[in-house]
Design a protein around this ligand. Structure first.
Ligand code: SF4
Length: 92
């Protein structure tokens, strides 16, 4: 085997290795970003969440509600009959 072939093989292995490291870093970053987004939901205390309706308003009537028991902006789970200061009525 010539030195040139060995050098090319080493380069190929190095390139593949660097590619895998880059791919791993990208996946790790995406995963970390997804976790950060998940953790960015507001705590119940911050939005004065309660498990009962207020003035006829409740989570199941809110634009942020995600059936059966989640909210797009408040950490879950939440009750469909709950309410918080971020309540925004569904349109329509
Ligand atoms: S009232 Fe608050 S907790 Fe309930 S769905 Fe709307 S934003 Fe989420």
């Amino acid at each position: 085997m010539s030195d040139k072939i060995q050098t090319n093989s080493r380069r190929a292995v190095l390139k593949t290795g660097l590619g895998l490291v880059a791919a791993g870093a990208a996946l790790s970053t995406a995963s970390a970003r997804a976790q950060a987004v998940a953790q960015e939901k507001l705590a119940h205390e911050l939005v004065q969440y309660q498990e009962t309706p207020k003035d006829g308003n409740q989570c199941s009537k809110c634009a942020q509600f995600q059936a059966p028991n989640a909210c797009a902006i408040v950490a879950g789970p939440i009750a469909p009959t709950g309410w918080c200061v971020a309540f925004a009525p569904k349109e329509g």
